[in-house]
Design a binder for this molecule. Sequence first.
Ligand code: SAH
Ligand code: SF4
Ligand code: F3S
Length: 462
Amino acid sequence: MSTPTSVQTDQKTERRKLFIKSYGCQMNAYDATRMADVLAPEGYEETTDVAEADLVVLNTCHIRERAAEKVFSELGKVRVLKEERAARGLDMKIAVAGCVAQAEGAEIFRRQKAVDLVLGPQSYHRLPDMLRNLSNGSRIETEFPAEDKFDHLAAPSREKVASRGLSAFLTIQEGCDKFCTFCVVPYTRGAETSRPIEKILGEARHLVSAGVRELTLLGQNVNAFHGLDEKGNTISLAQLTARMADIPGLLRIRYMTSHPNDMGQDLIDAHAHQPALMPFLHLPVQSGSDRILRDMNRKHTARDYLNLIKRVRRARPDIALSSDFIVGFPGETEEDFQGTLDLIAAVNFSSSYFFKYSMRPGTPGAEMEEQVPEEIKSERLRRLQDLVDGQRHAYNDASIGKVVPILFEKKGRDPGQIAGKSPYLQAVQVQGPDLLIGRVADVLITEALTNSLRGTLVGEQS
Ligand code: SAH
Ligand code: SF4
Ligand code: F3S
């Protein structure tokens, strides 16, 4: 057997425990794994017990007020653990990473004195240096550095990749130039950039060779992807997924999150022609009112969106669609909200995410008059939730009696059960042998539960 490509730690490197908690989107979850990767050669092993951690990293999200505030209540709890460890003569360093770090910077030290380090989403490759230099007082990195962080991250060992499961995230594009008037992402993640093709494919090959079978390509506007290949040609997302599908062992490819205005015809066509590309599209629309869409700076109308959905469905009739919605954006009237309900009714989503508008400092939305009262937001959220939940249940119920290829990812909760996902991103459990984990098998769907489907094995796919 060949030796695994794990990073060898120096004999003298002290063994230390790392606790990382991630909030917010999938990209933050991916970043957390990469922070663990960059710290592994420094002797840091991950722990799920925060009390025994030598280093605690909170990888934060700034998207809504509640997400940002959660960090400070969590920091309060971690401070108590830090004090308890100090009483026993043990050290604990606390780092705040991610989008709150980027947005609030040094303010974090003021609000919570126990914090040792603050670093933005583009600086986490500098974590080891920052930890080494702590005694010199350099505690904050929130500039957008000139170098590419991805060039400075250690690859995870094969064992580490395997321990993270069969389905992995891979960031291919980061940042956003769209400046929707409600959103902090362009400020916290910076300008839109696409990673070079060879780097992405190299990372994908490494993950797949270590056992990953499904990749979800991540970007704040992933369908705006335009990476350069080794010859200097610009490659679109559809071209990238076509190249990626050639990696032996990679069974499924997904991507997230897309913007309606970047949904090019070649990507729509890819859904018709690329078997590895899963028939699922998360395409946030936010609102069904043209007036609100305009004020949100989304640069498309409800009709544009519906036409786009028609084209996508023409290419791939069984595609499952999901979206994000905001209720109570400034100036949203009952009529505007009705437009959103109408759009949802017209599309029929398999699932959706919905949020009450949250005023974010520094965004144009925060300056807008006619902020919608909290109780109206709550009431609209409930109505939206009922509609979307109804569509989700109907979608899942309609799966009953169908034979669906399931990629099995892990053991199920009950004995003898294995769990996986349908192409349409539904969780599915069956009674079956563990040896199917990592493979695709046909399943007859027999039952739809609240959050998952049950079925029986029909046969393994070749
Ligand atoms: N890049 C993606 C999503 C970014 S954030 C896109 O373009 O759609 C994920 C979701 O959070 C958004 O789709 C939006 O629905 C929600 N969101 C963003 N800012 C928000 C705010 N200020 N208040 C409430 N929801 C918000
Ligand atoms: Fe935010 Fe809009 Fe960019 Fe999405 S497209 S990240 S909602 S600014
Ligand atoms: Fe949150 Fe930053 Fe993601 S604000 S949603 S963690 S890009």
